[in-house]
Design a protein around this ligand. Structure first.
Ligand code: R5P
Length: 288
């Protein structure tokens, strides 16, 4: 087995190669003067089972193009199989036709992966797990919420109230709370599709509690900032923000901290300064 270190996820590829005791194959990349992507696999892969590691965080379209070029190239170079580790799966939020005529982008991306010869996709907390049964390629969706909980325990967070917004919020809060042996509640959240503003509410007593806010992804930070404000307004003594994927677009961190967060942490599915818990062990367990 060889681990191909995609352009976007070199650190995670290195960690995975240590877990799997498999050599790393590097990739060269550049941009042509007209903006097109170039990739080159630097090493032999003929006859090898290959694990290609390439997250689809911003710039998503470039990273997606590189992933497709690499997978097709690895096939062409004679790899015996290609499993793609895509720790953050882009386009998963466009999982249905919200308005007439829209592309269901995630299904298109999954079809493309199949076309370039990816035999299996391993991802982490995909935003739309309900789409996987329609996927053109088999997918393993690793759950990293337990990892967030273990990190928080190690960091000394004890018996917090765990809150989580959104459709999967109750499930996510329950999963973190069960590892932390504490209580949890769901935050109702609603996004205005016109201006992106989010409104939140919660039916729980937060007075004097340490609150852990958990989400699958922080993008613009709007949802988390609103949740932090709500927790502060309802009297939380301390507010910790934990997410699997930290995209941290624009001034999202500033929004969240100025709303009153004491600590922000994520996993390393997306390289960022708050990525303190590594998913490498969890992902490697799927590949052995
Ligand atoms: C929503 O369903 C997700 O779980 C996140 O809450 C959302 O995608 C975060 O986006 P943003 O940071 O832009 O509010």
């Amino acid at each position: 087995m060889k681990v191909v270190s995609g352009v976007s996820s070199a650190d995670l590829a290195a960690k995975l190669s240590r877990f799997l005791n498999a050599p790393v194959v590097n990739v060269e990349s550049k941009r042509f003067p007209d903006g097109e992507s170039y990739v080159r696999v630097v090493g032999a892969v003929a006859g090898e089972e290959v694990v290609l590691v390439q997250g689809l965080h911003p710039p998503q379209d470039t990273h997606l193009t590189q992933l497709l070029l690499l997978a097709d190239c690895l096939n062409d170079l004679g790899a015996s199989s290609i499993r793609a580790v895509v720790p953050y799966m882009a386009y998963a939020r466009q999982d249905r036709r919200f308005r007439d005529g829209e592309a269901v982008s995630i299904l298109t991306v999954l079809k493309l992966l199949k076309t370039v010869g990816v035999s299996e996709l391993i991802t982490v907390n995909i935003h739309s797990p309900w789409i996987l049964e329609k996927s053109a390629v088999p997918v393993r969706n690793v759950d990293a919420t337990g990892l967030l909980a273990s990190y928080l325990l190690q960091a000394g967070v004890e018996k917090p109230l765990v809150l989580s917004p959104g459709k999967k919020g109750l499930e996510m809060a329950a999963s973190v709370a069960s590892v932390m042996e504490t209580d949890y509640a769901h935050v109702e959240s609603r996004r205005n599709l016109e201006d992106g503003r989010v409104s939140v509410s919660v039916d729980a007593d937060l007075g004097g509690r340490e609150v852990v806010l958990v989400d699958d992804v922080i993008s613009t930070g709007e949802t988390m900032a609103k949740c932090v404000e709500l927790a502060r307004r309802k009297g939380a003594a301390r507010v910790v923000v934990a997410a699997v994927h930290g995209l941290f677009v624009g001034s999202s961190v500033e929004k969240i901290t100025s709303a009153g967060a004491d600590l922000v942490m994520t996993t390393d599915t997306v390289p960022n300064p708050y990525a303190v818990a590594s998913v490498a062990g969890l992902v490697a367990a799927q590949l052995e």
